[in-house]
Design a protein around this ligand. Sequence first.
Ligand code: NAD
Ligand code: DAU
Length: 353
Amino acid sequence: MILVTGGAGFIGANFVLDWLATSDEPVLNLDKLTYAGNLHNLDSLQGDPRHVFVQADIGDSATLARLLAEHQPRAIVNFAAESHVDRSIHGPEDFIQTNVVGTFRLLEAVRQYWSGLPAIKKEAFRFLHVSTDEVYGTLHADAPAFTEVHPYEPNSPYSASKAASDHMVRAWHHTYGLPVLTTHCSNNYGPYHFPEKLIPLMIVNALAGKPLPVYGDGLQVRDWLYVKDHCSAIRRVLEAGQTGQTYNIGGWNEKPNIDIVHTICALLDELRPRADGQSYRAQITHVKDRPGHDRRYAIDARKIERELGWKPAETFDTGIRKTVQWYLANADWVASVQTGAYRDWVSKQYETA
Ligand code: NAD
Ligand code: DAU
């Protein structure tokens, strides 16, 4: 089996669902269930014996040691993190605790487990760390996209904490020989995206008749990848990546934020027109910029294509249409996330590990 951490969050849940749709290898899913973790994302796996969920913290060494000894995973995919830049600006402490201290404790528990494996299993074992393009910092408008050798220049508490975790993962490989793989992906979007992030926030606010808050001039550029393409890239790196290597993952979809918001408005105008006949664009409001806001991210994804033969399946046009349609079809999911009702359900349904 494989151990997935953070598998109740946006990308982790998509990964677990995709994994079990394409393979029968069981998943041990370890997630603390912070505000961002939602077991409803995994509703379709209820009663599936291939999915074992445990509510736990990656910083809880004793629980990690027990679970590793009990379940003997052949690989770990580490998604668990605090992930929202704006929250990291308001309160960096949680980011240091999970992304830095938590990753350290996870690495140590894994190292201990891995050291005790028989030679063949030790050789085959993999620890895949899911990082971000944000560790590379910001790009000028005409600069080439980030390659894997771009210097680390993190600018937010979030990206600094992810950079720290990447450095530890690298060091655990060089010092202890732990067979690690690190991926750096650009901005994801798709089903189960928590509506604090740009794309789901704009869809949800538009439908609720609320303002669409664009930071500053809205000309900051992000490079978008449909979440299921990120999942397929991680599966490919896990399968064929070279240990100690890092892989950039992206879809060659650089877009200014304001264009993203206009695209969402156009799709909603088509699929769920406003009652008053006006465009959703009327709800766009420019608000105060994010402090230290990175101007542009762009991923050069040639290495993963060249070495591992991976390419995204979705274009931005197909992916964003699917995403808007998913939010229109899943108003209950949005409502439960917003009211926190899913949290009550979780405490009734599960015990803390
Ligand atoms: P998310 O915030 O939606 O989910 C994070 C999950 O981790 C949640 O289920 C949460 O409960 C869990 N978690 C948090 N702290 C934990 C802890 N201490 N122990 C165990 N579980 C914990 O995040 P996401 O957008 O799904 O991102 C997943 C990973 O991918 C993160 O490492 C993030 O840095 C990285 N990443 C995200 C993007 C993106 O666009 N969202 C892009 C590139 C990389
Ligand atoms: O690049 C990968 C990263 O993408 C991941 O590592 C992070 O976990 C993920 O949250 C994301 O970070 P961003 O800061 O790029 O994503 P966010 O959705 O918060 O913002 C995208 C852009 O939209 C950014 O330039 C800020 C802007 N924005 C965001 C919000 C929430 C707005 O203009 N208005 C908003 O209300």
